[in-house]
Design a protein around this ligand. Structure first.
Ligand code: F6P
Length: 324
């Protein structure tokens, strides 16, 4: 292997730059030329490449976002697009490709490998933590800390005004952020995509809270929660069925994807980048690096894409007990 290329694709997450730094420095360590690709798979199609060296990634470890930019490429979904991408890979003498992102990114990488046999390794980066084969995706820990900090602030104003707050957090398909930040910030109820807790139960729980002397409450709602109601509809529903509560909504949105990565995410990104380069050097392909029982391990990319990351039911029980 003489040249390894890498791209960031899909939704960004804190720690993407730390991954880029790790991949670049691992390449430099092994005397391999690191080649960054701008704008995800779109950059692969357009030949938007940059040769890097150990110094190109100075000062980015603590920065959110991705210096390579990220995109969701429609053209890469077409055979023509992928053919153009392969021509660039050949022209640049790229020997292996590291794809940094979530399951959509891995799917793109796998299709590309199946057609053109270029070795591919995936690194899981998404705040949603919804990738099979790793207990933590890069960016997830930072997002949890960001959300908890914001909910703490909302609680200050909620309790000053005796209000009920519905706080929407990210997670179109996965409730990991909602469940963990809900417990971490002491929410009374947590609504997630994986479990239908029922609106009756929500009303009962809020009634009970009020009856036992709580003057304000926080309900954390994942974007894609199973009730099918938006956070605004939930607020209206509760105001209608539980008069006496003054309710407000706060949608945290994309602030959850930004900011400086936590120490945990920086270390994880550094470890995964090293393992990804090592794996290509060992002629491995179609694998994702992941964290399992504290160790960096490899999972077949197709399993990482298809596998489910189940919600930890113990956390549901803990949340129930804590909100008594
Ligand atoms: O990064 C994953 C995610 O945060 C989802 O939870 C969310 O639904 C989605 O990205 C939104 O991303 P975008 O606004 O970039 O389409």
């Amino acid at each position: 292997m003489k040249k390894i290329a890498f791209l960031t694709s899909g939704g960004d997450a804190p720690g993407m730059n730390a991954v880029i730094r790790s991949v670049v420095r691992s390449c430099a360590y092994h005397n391999i030329i690191p080649v960054g690709i701008y704008n995800g798979f779109d950059g692969l199609i357009k030949g938007d490449f940059i040769e890097m060296n150990a110094r190109s990634v100075k000062g980015i470890l603590n920065k959110g976002g991705t210096i390579l930019k990220t995109a969701r490429s429609e053209e890469f979904r077409t055979k023509d697009g992928r053919k153009k991408a392969y021509e660039n890979v050949k022209k640049q003498d790229i020997d292996g490709l590291i794809v940094i992102g979530g399951d959509g990114t891995f799917t793109g990488g796998l299709v590309f490998h199946n057609e053109f046999k270029i070795p591919i390794i995936g690194i899981p980066v998404t705040i949603d933590n919804d990738i099979f084969g790793t207990s933590h995706t890069i960016g997830y820990d930072t997002a949890l800390n960001t959300v908890v900090e914001v909910i703490d602030k909302i609680r200050d104003t909620a309790s000053s005004h005796n209000r009920l707050f519905f706080i929407e957090v990210m997670g179109r398909d996965a409730g990991h952020i909602a469940l963990n930040t809900g417990i971490g910030a002491g929410a009374e109820e947590i609504l997630i995509p994986e479990e239908d807790l029922g609106l009756e139960r929500l009303i009962e729980s809020l009634k009970r809270s009020k009856a036992t002397g709580k003057s304000s409450s926080i309900v954390v709602v994942a974007e894609g929660d199973k009730s099918g109601k938006s956070v605004f509809e939930l607020k209206d529903y509760v105001e209608e069925h539980l008069p006496g509560y003054e309710a407000r909504v706060s949608v945290l949105g994309h602030l959850q994807r930004g900011g400086s990565p936590s120490c945990f995410d920086r270390v994880l990104a550094s470890r995964m980048g090293v393992k990804a380069v090592d794996s290509l050097l060992e002629n491995k392909t179609n694998l994702m690096v992941g964290l399992s029982d504290g160790l960096i391990k490899l999972t077949p990319l197709d399993k990482a894409i298809k596998g489910n990351t189940n919600i930890n039911k113990e956390l549901l029980r803990v949340s129930d007990i804590m909100s008594i």
